[in-house]
Design a binder for this molecule. Structure first.
Ligand code: GLA
Length: 376
Protein backbone atom coordinates (compact mmCIF):
# COMPACT_ATOMS: atom_id res chain seq x y z
CA UNK A 1 0.00 0.00 0.00
CA UNK A 2 1.44 3.32 -1.04
CA UNK A 3 -0.21 5.05 1.93
CA UNK A 4 1.77 2.77 4.24
CA UNK A 5 4.99 3.55 2.40
CA UNK A 6 4.27 7.26 2.86
CA UNK A 7 3.44 6.84 6.54
CA UNK A 8 6.58 4.82 7.23
CA UNK A 9 8.71 7.42 5.54
CA UNK A 10 7.13 10.65 6.75
CA UNK A 11 5.42 9.57 9.96
CA UNK A 12 1.91 10.78 9.13
CA UNK A 13 -1.04 9.90 6.85
CA UNK A 14 -0.89 11.36 3.32
CA UNK A 15 -3.59 13.76 2.14
CA UNK A 16 -4.25 11.81 -1.06
CA UNK A 17 -2.96 9.13 -3.42
CA UNK A 18 -3.04 8.56 -7.17
CA UNK A 19 -1.97 5.91 -9.60
CA UNK A 20 -1.13 6.05 -13.30
CA UNK A 21 -0.40 3.08 -15.59
CA UNK A 22 2.33 2.20 -18.06
CA UNK A 23 1.22 1.32 -21.58
CA UNK A 24 1.85 -0.88 -24.54
CA UNK A 25 1.30 0.53 -27.96
CA UNK A 26 -0.72 -1.87 -30.09
CA UNK A 27 0.22 -0.13 -33.33
CA UNK A 28 1.25 3.31 -34.63
CA UNK A 29 4.94 3.71 -33.83
CA UNK A 30 6.89 6.94 -34.28
CA UNK A 31 3.74 8.44 -35.72
CA UNK A 32 2.77 10.63 -32.75
CA UNK A 33 5.37 13.36 -33.31
CA UNK A 34 4.52 13.20 -37.03
CA UNK A 35 0.95 14.25 -36.20
CA UNK A 36 -0.29 10.76 -37.09
CA UNK A 37 -2.37 8.00 -35.52
CA UNK A 38 -1.55 5.75 -32.55
CA UNK A 39 -3.39 2.98 -30.71
CA UNK A 40 -1.96 2.38 -27.23
CA UNK A 41 -3.60 0.75 -24.22
CA UNK A 42 -2.78 1.06 -20.54
CA UNK A 43 -1.41 -1.98 -18.72
CA UNK A 44 -2.17 -3.18 -15.21
CA UNK A 45 1.26 -2.22 -13.93
CA UNK A 46 1.05 1.25 -12.39
CA UNK A 47 3.00 3.88 -10.52
CA UNK A 48 1.41 4.87 -7.23
CA UNK A 49 1.94 8.17 -5.45
CA UNK A 50 0.92 9.43 -2.00
CA UNK A 51 1.29 13.11 -1.35
CA UNK A 52 0.85 15.89 1.21
CA UNK A 53 1.70 19.57 1.48
CA UNK A 54 4.42 20.57 3.92
CA UNK A 55 5.26 24.01 5.32
CA UNK A 56 9.00 23.63 4.95
CA UNK A 57 9.44 24.94 1.39
CA UNK A 58 11.00 21.66 0.46
CA UNK A 59 10.21 18.76 -1.86
CA UNK A 60 10.88 15.44 -0.19
CA UNK A 61 10.41 12.59 -2.65
CA UNK A 62 10.81 9.01 -1.52
CA UNK A 63 10.98 6.04 -3.89
CA UNK A 64 10.10 2.63 -2.51
CA UNK A 65 11.81 1.04 -5.52
CA UNK A 66 15.22 2.50 -4.76
CA UNK A 67 14.59 3.10 -1.05
CA UNK A 68 15.92 6.59 -1.57
CA UNK A 69 14.82 10.04 -0.42
CA UNK A 70 15.61 12.95 -2.71
CA UNK A 71 15.16 16.52 -1.44
CA UNK A 72 15.09 19.81 -3.29
CA UNK A 73 14.14 23.25 -2.08
CA UNK A 74 11.06 25.07 -3.29
CA UNK A 75 10.79 26.93 -5.61
CA UNK A 76 12.89 24.63 -7.77
CA UNK A 77 16.00 26.06 -9.32
CA UNK A 78 18.07 23.49 -11.16
CA UNK A 79 17.06 19.83 -11.40
CA UNK A 80 19.66 17.12 -10.95
CA UNK A 81 19.19 14.97 -14.05
CA UNK A 82 21.15 12.04 -12.69
CA UNK A 83 18.39 10.42 -10.62
CA UNK A 84 14.86 9.05 -11.12
CA UNK A 85 13.60 12.09 -9.17
CA UNK A 86 14.12 14.23 -12.27
CA UNK A 87 10.71 13.05 -13.54
CA UNK A 88 8.59 14.18 -10.57
CA UNK A 89 10.71 17.30 -10.15
CA UNK A 90 10.40 18.26 -13.82
CA UNK A 91 6.62 17.95 -13.59
CA UNK A 92 6.48 19.95 -10.36
CA UNK A 93 8.63 22.65 -11.91
CA UNK A 94 6.28 23.04 -14.87
CA UNK A 95 3.20 23.06 -12.62
CA UNK A 96 4.63 26.31 -11.20
CA UNK A 97 3.57 25.81 -7.60
CA UNK A 98 6.16 28.23 -6.27
CA UNK A 99 7.40 27.64 -2.76
CA UNK A 100 4.68 25.19 -1.73
CA UNK A 101 6.60 22.25 -0.28
CA UNK A 102 5.46 18.65 -0.82
CA UNK A 103 6.11 15.27 0.73
CA UNK A 104 5.74 12.50 -1.87
CA UNK A 105 6.11 8.73 -1.72
CA UNK A 106 6.29 6.74 -4.96
CA UNK A 107 6.16 3.07 -5.73
CA UNK A 108 6.16 1.67 -9.26
CA UNK A 109 5.46 -1.73 -10.79
CA UNK A 110 6.12 -0.59 -14.36
CA UNK A 111 9.37 -2.17 -15.54
CA UNK A 112 11.96 0.55 -16.20
CA UNK A 113 13.57 0.88 -19.63
CA UNK A 114 11.32 -1.83 -21.07
CA UNK A 115 9.49 0.45 -23.50
CA UNK A 116 6.37 0.32 -21.33
CA UNK A 117 6.38 4.03 -20.44
CA UNK A 118 7.53 3.87 -16.85
CA UNK A 119 8.50 7.53 -17.11
CA UNK A 120 5.06 8.60 -18.37
CA UNK A 121 3.45 6.63 -15.53
CA UNK A 122 5.66 8.43 -13.04
CA UNK A 123 5.05 11.86 -14.56
CA UNK A 124 1.31 11.39 -14.90
CA UNK A 125 0.81 10.00 -11.39
CA UNK A 126 2.69 12.91 -9.84
CA UNK A 127 1.07 15.53 -12.09
CA UNK A 128 -2.44 14.20 -11.34
CA UNK A 129 -1.75 14.03 -7.60
CA UNK A 130 -0.31 17.56 -7.36
CA UNK A 131 -3.13 18.92 -9.54
CA UNK A 132 -5.73 17.42 -7.22
CA UNK A 133 -3.94 18.23 -3.97
CA UNK A 134 -3.45 21.89 -4.79
CA UNK A 135 -6.70 22.32 -6.73
CA UNK A 136 -4.85 23.55 -9.82
CA UNK A 137 -7.83 22.71 -12.02
CA UNK A 138 -5.85 21.41 -15.00
CA UNK A 139 -7.60 19.04 -17.41
CA UNK A 140 -6.11 15.66 -18.25
CA UNK A 141 -5.12 16.93 -21.68
CA UNK A 142 -3.30 19.87 -20.11
CA UNK A 143 -1.56 17.47 -17.75
CA UNK A 144 -0.58 15.18 -20.66
CA UNK A 145 0.99 18.05 -22.58
CA UNK A 146 2.71 19.35 -19.45
CA UNK A 147 4.22 15.91 -18.81
CA UNK A 148 5.34 15.68 -22.42
CA UNK A 149 6.92 19.12 -22.07
CA UNK A 150 8.72 17.91 -18.95
CA UNK A 151 10.21 15.03 -21.00
CA UNK A 152 11.13 17.30 -23.89
CA UNK A 153 12.46 20.40 -22.21
CA UNK A 154 13.66 19.29 -18.79
CA UNK A 155 14.65 15.64 -19.21
CA UNK A 156 15.83 16.11 -22.80
CA UNK A 157 13.92 13.22 -24.42
CA UNK A 158 12.23 14.57 -27.56
CA UNK A 159 9.18 12.28 -27.35
CA UNK A 160 5.65 12.70 -28.65
CA UNK A 161 2.55 12.72 -26.47
CA UNK A 162 1.19 9.18 -26.93
CA UNK A 163 2.43 7.73 -23.65
CA UNK A 164 1.05 10.48 -21.44
CA UNK A 165 -2.32 10.60 -23.22
CA UNK A 166 -2.59 6.81 -22.89
CA UNK A 167 -1.66 6.86 -19.21
CA UNK A 168 -4.23 9.57 -18.42
CA UNK A 169 -7.13 8.60 -20.69
CA UNK A 170 -7.09 4.82 -20.94
CA UNK A 171 -9.99 2.67 -19.79
CA UNK A 172 -10.33 -0.96 -18.86
CA UNK A 173 -10.64 -3.38 -21.82
CA UNK A 174 -10.14 -0.52 -24.27
CA UNK A 175 -7.39 0.87 -26.44
CA UNK A 176 -7.04 4.62 -26.97
CA UNK A 177 -7.14 5.68 -30.61
CA UNK A 178 -5.44 9.06 -30.83
CA UNK A 179 -5.26 11.43 -33.74
CA UNK A 180 -2.09 13.30 -32.84
CA UNK A 181 -2.91 16.11 -35.24
CA UNK A 182 -6.08 17.16 -33.44
CA UNK A 183 -5.39 15.27 -30.19
CA UNK A 184 -8.87 13.78 -30.44
CA UNK A 185 -9.21 10.51 -28.57
CA UNK A 186 -11.58 7.61 -29.06
CA UNK A 187 -11.81 4.50 -26.93
CA UNK A 188 -11.86 1.21 -28.83
CA UNK A 189 -13.31 -1.86 -27.09
CA UNK A 190 -10.75 -4.62 -27.60
CA UNK A 191 -12.65 -7.83 -26.91
CA UNK A 192 -9.47 -9.93 -26.66
CA UNK A 193 -10.79 -11.86 -23.69
CA UNK A 194 -14.09 -12.78 -25.32
CA UNK A 195 -12.20 -13.92 -28.41
CA UNK A 196 -9.96 -16.21 -26.32
CA UNK A 197 -6.91 -14.08 -27.01
CA UNK A 198 -4.16 -12.69 -24.86
CA UNK A 199 -1.60 -10.01 -25.37
CA UNK A 200 1.86 -11.04 -24.29
CA UNK A 201 4.78 -8.75 -23.57
CA UNK A 202 8.29 -10.00 -24.21
CA UNK A 203 10.62 -7.64 -22.38
CA UNK A 204 14.00 -8.32 -23.96
CA UNK A 205 15.72 -6.63 -21.02
CA UNK A 206 17.93 -4.72 -23.39
CA UNK A 207 18.36 -1.03 -22.78
CA UNK A 208 16.10 1.68 -24.07
CA UNK A 209 16.77 5.34 -23.32
CA UNK A 210 14.82 7.91 -25.29
CA UNK A 211 17.26 10.67 -24.41
CA UNK A 212 20.30 8.91 -25.87
CA UNK A 213 20.09 10.28 -29.41
CA UNK A 214 18.78 7.47 -31.65
CA UNK A 215 15.14 8.34 -31.01
CA UNK A 216 15.87 12.04 -31.64
CA UNK A 217 17.71 11.18 -34.86
CA UNK A 218 14.65 9.42 -36.23
CA UNK A 219 12.51 12.38 -35.30
CA UNK A 220 14.90 14.77 -37.03
CA UNK A 221 14.97 12.61 -40.17
CA UNK A 222 11.17 12.75 -40.30
CA UNK A 223 11.12 16.51 -39.79
CA UNK A 224 13.74 17.14 -42.44
CA UNK A 225 11.91 14.84 -44.87
CA UNK A 226 8.70 16.80 -44.28
CA UNK A 227 10.60 20.00 -44.97
CA UNK A 228 12.02 18.64 -48.23
CA UNK A 229 8.53 17.56 -49.24
CA UNK A 230 7.10 20.98 -48.41
CA UNK A 231 4.54 19.63 -45.93
CA UNK A 232 3.98 20.74 -42.35
CA UNK A 233 4.15 17.13 -41.13
CA UNK A 234 4.31 13.62 -42.57
CA UNK A 235 0.63 13.28 -41.70
CA UNK A 236 -0.06 15.22 -44.90
CA UNK A 237 1.37 12.36 -46.97
CA UNK A 238 -0.69 9.40 -48.20
CA UNK A 239 0.42 6.10 -49.71
CA UNK A 240 -0.17 7.30 -53.25
CA UNK A 241 1.93 10.41 -52.57
CA UNK A 242 4.95 8.13 -52.14
CA UNK A 243 5.21 7.69 -55.92
CA UNK A 244 8.00 9.77 -57.35
CA UNK A 245 9.08 11.53 -54.15
CA UNK A 246 12.29 9.54 -53.76
CA UNK A 247 14.13 12.11 -55.88
CA UNK A 248 13.32 14.80 -53.29
CA UNK A 249 14.67 12.80 -50.37
CA UNK A 250 17.75 10.95 -49.28
CA UNK A 251 17.41 7.17 -49.33
CA UNK A 252 17.14 7.14 -45.54
CA UNK A 253 14.52 9.89 -45.46
CA UNK A 254 12.45 8.03 -48.05
CA UNK A 255 12.45 4.90 -45.90
CA UNK A 256 11.44 6.86 -42.80
CA UNK A 257 8.59 8.52 -44.70
CA UNK A 258 7.43 5.18 -46.09
CA UNK A 259 7.27 3.76 -42.58
CA UNK A 260 5.25 6.67 -41.19
CA UNK A 261 2.82 6.82 -44.11
CA UNK A 262 2.08 3.07 -44.11
CA UNK A 263 2.01 2.94 -40.32
CA UNK A 264 -0.69 5.62 -40.19
CA UNK A 265 -2.75 3.62 -42.68
CA UNK A 266 -2.20 0.47 -40.62
CA UNK A 267 -3.51 2.13 -37.45
CA UNK A 268 -6.77 3.01 -39.21
CA UNK A 269 -7.04 -0.55 -40.55
CA UNK A 270 -6.28 -1.95 -37.11
CA UNK A 271 -9.09 0.06 -35.50
CA UNK A 272 -11.48 -1.24 -38.15
CA UNK A 273 -10.26 -4.83 -37.70
CA UNK A 274 -10.77 -4.60 -33.92
CA UNK A 275 -14.24 -3.14 -34.36
CA UNK A 276 -15.09 -6.02 -36.71
CA UNK A 277 -13.47 -8.56 -34.34
CA UNK A 278 -11.22 -9.59 -37.22
CA UNK A 279 -8.17 -10.51 -35.16
CA UNK A 280 -6.43 -12.34 -38.03
CA UNK A 281 -6.25 -9.04 -39.86
CA UNK A 282 -5.12 -7.25 -36.70
CA UNK A 283 -2.33 -9.83 -36.31
CA UNK A 284 -1.24 -9.38 -39.91
CA UNK A 285 -1.05 -5.59 -39.37
CA UNK A 286 1.06 -6.02 -36.25
CA UNK A 287 3.58 -8.09 -38.16
CA UNK A 288 3.66 -5.64 -41.10
CA UNK A 289 4.27 -2.86 -38.59
CA UNK A 290 7.20 -4.76 -37.12
CA UNK A 291 8.76 -5.38 -40.53
CA UNK A 292 8.43 -1.71 -41.36
CA UNK A 293 10.17 -0.72 -38.11
CA UNK A 294 12.88 -3.29 -38.75
CA UNK A 295 13.55 -2.47 -42.40
CA UNK A 296 12.39 1.10 -43.03
CA UNK A 297 12.58 2.86 -39.66
CA UNK A 298 15.49 0.69 -38.48
CA UNK A 299 14.74 0.77 -34.79
CA UNK A 300 14.50 -2.93 -34.03
CA UNK A 301 17.17 -5.12 -32.44
CA UNK A 302 18.17 -8.78 -32.95
CA UNK A 303 16.36 -9.64 -29.68
CA UNK A 304 13.12 -7.93 -30.75
CA UNK A 305 13.28 -9.56 -34.20
CA UNK A 306 13.85 -12.94 -32.61
CA UNK A 307 10.92 -12.50 -30.20
CA UNK A 308 8.64 -11.59 -33.10
CA UNK A 309 9.85 -14.34 -35.40
CA UNK A 310 9.61 -17.08 -32.79
CA UNK A 311 6.17 -15.88 -31.65
CA UNK A 312 4.96 -15.95 -35.26
CA UNK A 313 6.46 -19.39 -35.90
CA UNK A 314 4.75 -20.75 -32.83
CA UNK A 315 1.23 -19.66 -33.71
CA UNK A 316 0.90 -16.02 -32.64
CA UNK A 317 -1.68 -14.12 -34.71
CA UNK A 318 0.68 -11.17 -34.83
CA UNK A 319 3.70 -9.70 -33.08
CA UNK A 320 5.76 -6.54 -33.16
CA UNK A 321 8.16 -4.46 -31.15
CA UNK A 322 6.37 -1.78 -29.16
CA UNK A 323 7.47 1.70 -28.07
CA UNK A 324 10.44 3.78 -29.09
CA UNK A 325 12.67 0.87 -30.15
CA UNK A 326 16.41 0.20 -29.82
CA UNK A 327 15.58 -2.39 -27.17
CA UNK A 328 12.65 -2.74 -24.82
CA UNK A 329 9.69 -5.00 -25.45
CA UNK A 330 7.79 -6.82 -28.15
CA UNK A 331 4.11 -7.76 -27.99
CA UNK A 332 2.45 -10.86 -29.35
CA UNK A 333 -1.25 -11.55 -29.82
CA UNK A 334 -1.85 -15.23 -29.07
CA UNK A 335 -4.69 -17.64 -28.46
CA UNK A 336 -4.90 -18.34 -24.74
CA UNK A 337 -4.37 -22.05 -25.30
CA UNK A 338 -1.06 -21.34 -27.09
CA UNK A 339 0.34 -18.93 -24.54
CA UNK A 340 2.45 -21.53 -22.80
CA UNK A 341 3.99 -22.97 -25.95
CA UNK A 342 4.79 -19.51 -27.36
CA UNK A 343 6.41 -18.52 -24.07
CA UNK A 344 8.52 -21.66 -23.92
CA UNK A 345 9.60 -21.32 -27.55
CA UNK A 346 10.81 -17.76 -26.92
CA UNK A 347 12.75 -18.69 -23.78
CA UNK A 348 14.37 -21.53 -25.65
CA UNK A 349 15.26 -19.45 -28.69
CA UNK A 350 16.75 -16.66 -26.54
CA UNK A 351 18.87 -19.15 -24.68
CA UNK A 352 20.09 -20.76 -27.90
CA UNK A 353 21.10 -17.34 -29.24
CA UNK A 354 22.88 -16.39 -26.02
CA UNK A 355 20.50 -13.46 -25.40
CA UNK A 356 19.58 -12.30 -21.90
CA UNK A 357 16.64 -14.25 -20.46
CA UNK A 358 13.57 -12.19 -21.38
CA UNK A 359 10.70 -11.37 -19.07
CA UNK A 360 7.47 -12.69 -20.56
CA UNK A 361 4.07 -11.81 -19.14
CA UNK A 362 0.60 -11.05 -20.38
CA UNK A 363 -1.05 -7.65 -20.11
CA UNK A 364 -4.67 -6.60 -19.96
CA UNK A 365 -6.06 -3.28 -21.05
CA UNK A 366 -6.49 -1.31 -17.84
CA UNK A 367 -7.78 1.96 -16.43
CA UNK A 368 -5.98 5.28 -16.82
CA UNK A 369 -4.77 7.53 -14.01
CA UNK A 370 -7.12 7.92 -11.06
CA UNK A 371 -7.24 8.77 -7.41
CA UNK A 372 -6.90 5.89 -4.95
CA UNK A 373 -9.37 5.32 -2.17
CA UNK A 374 -8.29 6.28 1.32
CA UNK A 375 -6.73 3.48 3.23
CA UNK A 376 -9.25 1.62 5.39
C1 GLA B 1 8.20 6.55 -27.14
C2 GLA B 1 7.73 8.01 -27.08
C3 GLA B 1 6.38 8.17 -27.77
C4 GLA B 1 6.39 7.57 -29.16
C5 GLA B 1 7.00 6.17 -29.16
C6 GLA B 1 7.20 5.63 -30.54
O1 GLA B 1 7.35 5.75 -26.40
O2 GLA B 1 7.63 8.42 -25.74
O3 GLA B 1 6.03 9.53 -27.79
O4 GLA B 1 7.04 8.40 -30.06
O5 GLA B 1 8.24 6.13 -28.48
O6 GLA B 1 5.98 5.40 -31.15
Amino acid sequence: MIQEVFKNQFGYTPELSFQAPGRVNLIGEHTDYNQGFVLPMAIEQTTKVSISKNNDQIFRIFSKNTDELVQASAPLAEIDLSTWAKYPLAVIQLLEIGDQGLDIAISSEVPIGAGLSSSAALECSVASAVNELLGLGKTNKELAFLCQKAENTVIGAPTGNMDQLASLFAEKDKAVFIDCQTNDLQLVELGFDQAGLELMVIDTRTSHDLADGDYGNRRNECFSAAQHLGVSSLRQMSIKDLDGIDSLLSEIEFKRVRHVVYENARVLEAVQAINERDFQTLGRLLLLSHKSMRDDFEISTPELDEAVEVAMNSSALGARMTGGGFGGSAIALVKTENKQSVTEAIYKAFEAKGFKTPDIFNVIASAGAHQLQEQA
